[in-house]
Design a protein around this ligand. Structure first.
Ligand SMILES: Cc1ncc(COP(=O)(O)O)c(C=O)c1O
Length: 455
């Protein structure tokens, strides 16, 4: 499972590929477990092939006959837990060998990281050292990150495609600065790239961008299949630069699947979505395979990603034309549009989000993390099936919502009381006023909702 087969000829696996047949295979296999004994040798083989392809897509330094190191996971969150554990153990082993303390590991990230990094830090007892954001700069600043690195830093995590704005962090600059710091200190601090979304975008439409194993300090990378890998939910991967980057002691060897089976995952069983790479017209297997098929549709990925980018630009221009929003996302990055209301508005992005639901749009509104909490954005992620027509319709619906809001008093002002709100308007500086509006809105939402569980 962990060290996949050498360079492959996937064509030999693909006898026929027809979308409806694949869907049927997926439905037929819905009751199957990835680790089912009958399926085991084939599913493992297929997964190894995926690992090899992905590692090579990310420019791992592998010879033609060398096998890549990696593992299939349920998604990027599991992949990140595994990558983080490997960094922690490597760091501890190094410290032990040097006769130094190893009880205070930390990890350096931007405050914009996805919650799975906070989970990793809390669950696996690693201090999370976050670089704060600022208004207009919503990704990790590599200079500040390198400054924050100390002898207890197990790795710096950079994101290729921030969840909040889609922006790619500058991994090249981070690498170059860290190389210098490592030379000066002898610490050897490595980099992990969280390419949950960007891992299947950058190689196809920004091939010149250096963010992956071309940079010497990048030791592991995760990617989700169910984001821009274009497959159903329940599949992700983590790949390591070389075998040495994954400590052997973390790998378990089991034989109850009929042969020696190395395993390094948090969950043993998996759903059939991992068989999504399925193309082989053998009706018994389903998940790893569908990912294979997508790869195999030649330039399919490049076309899909270019199309997403074009539709993102159509949407962005439409939103700009309303003259009511600032665009917060960048043209280069995950194809999404993140935007904020311009200037001082008596309505909030939350109200726009809520009103768009009436037209069938679910456009989340959220506040930025520290120190940019006073900024609220709306975000539209452009996926394969989001057409130009939909982009135009969304702009038209946003205009309708704005028009309606212009004729209404703000919900927050009603909730807070017109007088209070007028005071807020008069007395507070812009930033404080916005915070008050956000707090008012949060209270408004909380009053209406009962939490039944956690997600
Ligand atoms: C940057 C980033 N990392 C990690 C994750 C977690 O990915 P998954 O849902 O595949 O566990 C996400 C999900 O949104 C993400 O955007």
């Amino acid at each position: 499972m962990l060290d996949g087969s050498p360079r492959l000829n996937l064509a030999s696996f693909v006898t026929t590929w027809m979308e409806p047949e694949c869907d049927k295979l997926i439905m037929d296999s819905i009751n199957k477990n990835y680790v089912d004994m009958d399926e085991y040798p084939v599913t493992t083989e297929l997964q190894n092939r995926c690992v090899n392809m992905i590692a090579r897509l990310f420019n791992a330094p592998l010879g033609d006959t060398e096998t890549a190191m990696g593992v299939g996971t349920v998604g990027s969150s599991e992949a990140i837990m595994l990558a983080g554990l490997a960094f922690k153990r490597n760091w501890q082993n190094k410290r032990k060998a040097e006769g130094k303390t190893y009880d205070k590991p930390n990890i350096v990230t931007g405050a914009n990281v996805q919650v799975c990094w906070e989970k990793f830090a809390r669950y696996f007892e690693v201090e999370l050292k976050e670089i704060k954001l600022s208004e207009g700069y919503y990704v990790m600043d590599p200079d500040k990150a390198v400054e924050m690195v100390d002898e207890n830093t197990i790795c710096v995590a950079a994101i290729l495609g921030s969840t909040l704005t889609g922006e790619f962090e500058d991994v090249k600059r981070l690498n170059d600065l860290l190389v210098k710091k490592n030379d000066a200190t002898g610490w050897n601090t490595p980099i992990h790239v969280d390419a949950a979304s960007g891992g299947f975008i950058a190689p196809f439409i920004y091939p010149e961008l250096e963010w992956d194993f071309r940079l010497p300090l990048v030791k592991s990378i995760n990617v989700s299949g169910h984001k821009y890998g274009l497959v159903y939910a329940g599949i992700g991967w983590v790949v390591w630069r070389t075998q040495q980057n994954l400590p052997d002691e973390l790998i378990f060897h089991i034989n109850y699947l009929g042969a020696d089976q190395p395993t390094f995952t948090l969950n043993f069983s998996k759903g059939i979505s991992i068989f999504q790479f399925l193309v082989r017209i053998d009706p018994n297997y389903c998940s790893v395979l569908l990912a294979h098929t997508s790869w195999l549709r030649g330039t399919g990925y490049t076309n899909v990603m270019e199309n997403c980018r074009e539709n993102m630009l159509v949407l962005k221009e439409g939103i700009e034309k309303t003259e009511r929003f600032n665009i917060v996302s960048k043209d280069v990055g995950v194809p999404l549009v993140a935007f904020s209301l311009k200037g001082q508005s008596f309505h909030s992005e939350f109200e726009i989000s809520e009103m768009l639901r009436r037209f069938g749009w679910i456009v989340p509104a959220y506040t930025m993390p520290a120190d940019a909490q006073h900024i609220t954005v709306l975000r539209v992620v452009i996926r394969e099936d989001f057409s130009r027509t939909l982009a135009e319709r969304l702009v038209a619906d946003i205009l309708k919502v704005l028009h309606e809001l212009d004729t209404l008093p703000s919900k927050i002002s009603r909730k807070m009381g017109a007088e209070d709100f007028a005071n807020v308007k008069r007395k507070k500086v812009k930033r404080e006023k916005l915070m008050e509006v956000i707090v008012g809105w949060r209270k408004f939402v909380k009053d209406r909702k009962k939490m039944n569980g956690v997600c």
